[in-house]
Design a protein around this ligand. Sequence first.
Ligand code: HEM
Length: 213
Amino acid sequence: MKRFAFGCMVVLALVVSAYALVAYGALPLGQLVGPEMRANFQVHRFGIYTHVFAASIALALGPFQFSERLRRRFPRLHRTSGRIYLGAGVGLGGLAGLYMSTFAYGGLVSKSGFAALALAWLYSGWRAYRAIRAGNVAEHRRWMTRNFALTLAAVTLRILLPVSAISGIPFALAYPVIAWLSWVPNLLVAEWAVVRKIPAVRPDLRHEAVASG
Ligand code: HEM
């Protein structure tokens, strides 16, 4: 069951990442979104292209960072890929996402939803980085779990959009709600997983955690 869920997560992350790369790498800008969003993207070309390509890197690399087998067999690959994930993916993708949030379709509710997501994404990435630099593996895992749950907002959003359309909810009504619903539940699930699976490590036991990590 655990393997099945992990497999589904990998497939969904790769599919959405491939969608973004094809839609923004091969098609004219904003071809697959509505006219208002397209016009906005055309005014902020640099922001949207930076966001889409950088964030897609995070979405494509992220799942593999959680594979215990890969981490054990190729520790250097885990470190290199982690630096790209956090630096290029979350860092650049998050800053560009924060910038784009100020122009998001759907008014203040959408704008604040995406801005809060971007800030939480950047903050959790920073905490994960600081934790591993300090040698605190358990803390790094906790922050990476939260951070990747937020990366998966890109997947949740693209599941909720068609579901709301099929349900007959007008896009203008659904979009601002989805700007929040795409990540808050993800974060709650991550928090539940963190509490259950990665128990807190007391600072005085930190070295033992690193040694066994
Ligand atoms: C987790 C933090 C993220 C934030 C804060 C964020 C924010 C945004 C914002 C504000 C927009 C513009 C929406 C509008 O104008 O209404 C956007 C669009 C977009 N984002 Fe993100 N995003 C995030 C993650 C990702 C990830 C991980 C991907 C990876 C595929 C991604 C791919 C896209 C794409 C492709 C668009 C263009 C709209 C579309 O074609 O669906 N985003 N994002």
